[in-house]
Design a protein around this ligand. Structure first.
Ligand code: ATP
Length: 234
C-alpha cells in the first residue's frame, strides 16, 4: 500500500532522516520504534505532505505522492493524528469532529460518519457539546483519532498516541487502534511505548539516528535481546 524508498529529510543542515526504506501492506499495523530524535515524527510528517523530502520516493497505491501536499494526501486517504493531539480548543467535540471531514461536501455523508464515530467512541457522544479543551488527556487522544477517522482514511498515521496517558487509557487506546485496524484501516504507528506497539504490530522497524537499524515481525522484535535492552527496559 505504501512504499517509502531511500527517504532523506533535512532541517537545514541537520540530516534527520537518512535513506530510510520501509513498506506497509494493506491491512497491516506497522510500527516505527526508536528513541527520541530518531526521526520518526519527521518520517510521518513527510508522508503526510507537511515536510518535503530531500531525496527518495513515497509511493502510495502505485502513485508517487511526495509532491502532492497535505490536503491532497488527506483526500487520497491518508490521515495523520499528530503528536500532542492538537485538538481545537474553544470548539466542541462535535465541531472538532466536523473539522476532520472538511474535505467531504455531502452533509448526509458527514452525518453518517459522525454516527459511526459515536458508535465506536461512546464517550465522545456523551461529551458532544463539551469544549474539547476540557476533555481528559485520554479523551482528547480519542477525539484526535476520531477526527482523523472522519475523513475515512485508508491509512492512518498515529504519532505517539499513548504519550502522557494513564495505564488504563493506554490499554484502551491500544484496543481502539486494533479495532480501527480490524475494521479495515491500515495503521502506521509511532510509539515510545515499544512493548505495547510491538505487541499489536504485524511488523516493525527500529530507527536510530535517522536510519532503519532492524526490522521484523512484532513478535520477533519483542523477543530480540538487543531490542529488549535498548527499548523494552531490559
Ligand atoms: P520524538 O519521539 O522525540 O519526537 P522522533 O524520533 O520523532 O523523536 P524527530 O522529531 O523526527 O524524532 O527528530 C529527528 C531529528 O530532527 C532530531 O535530531 C531533531 O532534533 C531534529 N528536528 C526535528 N524537528 C526539527 C526542526 N523543526 N528543526 C530542526 N531540527 C529538527
Amino acid at each position: 500500500m505504501l512504499t517509502v524508498n531511500d527517504l532523506s529529510v533535512n532541517y537545514g543542515v541537520i540530516n534527520a532522516v537518512k535513506k530510510v526504506s520501509f513498506e506497509i501492506d494493506e491491512g497491516e499495523i506497522v510500527s516505527l520504534i526508536g528513541s527520541n530524535g530518531a526521526g520518526k515524527t519527521t518520517i510521518l510528517k513527510t508522508i503526510s505532505g507537511l515536510l518535503r523530502p530531500k531525496n527518495g520516493e513515497i509511493t502510495y497505491l502505485g502513485t508517487n505522492i511526495k509532491r502532492h501536499g497535505a490536503p491532497r494526501i488527506v483526500a487520497e486517504g491518508i490521515s495523520q493524528v499528530p503528536e500532542g493531539r492538537h485538538i481545537f480548543p474553544g470548539m466542541s467535540v462535535k465541531e472538532n469532529l466536523q473539522m476532520g471531514a472538511f474535505l467531504i461536501k455531502n452533509k448526509a455523508k458527514i452525518k453518517a460518519n459522525l454516527d459511526e464515530i459515536f458508535e465506536r467512541f461512546p464517550i465522545l457522544k456523551d461529551r458532544i457539546n463539551q469544549d474539547a479543551a476540557t476533555l481528559s488527556g485520554g479523551e482528547q487522544q480519542m477525539l484526535a483519532m476520531a477526527r482523523a477517522l472522519m475523513a475515512k482514511p485508508k491509512l492512518i498515521l498515529l504519532d505517539e498516541p499513548s504519550m502522557g496517558l494513564s495505564p488504563i487509557f493506554i490499554n484502551e487506546i491500544f484496543d481502539i487502534i486494533q479495532k480501527i485496524n480490524q475494521q479495515g484501516t491500515t495503521v502506521l504507528l509511532i510509539e515510545q511505548n515499544a512493548k505495547k506497539a510491538l505487541s499489536i504490530s504485524d511488523r516493525a522497524y527500529v530507527l536510530a539516528s535517522g536510519e532503519v537499524k532492524m526490522t521484523g515481525s512484532g513478535k520477533e522484535l519483542l523477543a530480540n535481546v538487543e531490542v529488549q535492552k535498548a527499548y523494552l527496559g531490559g
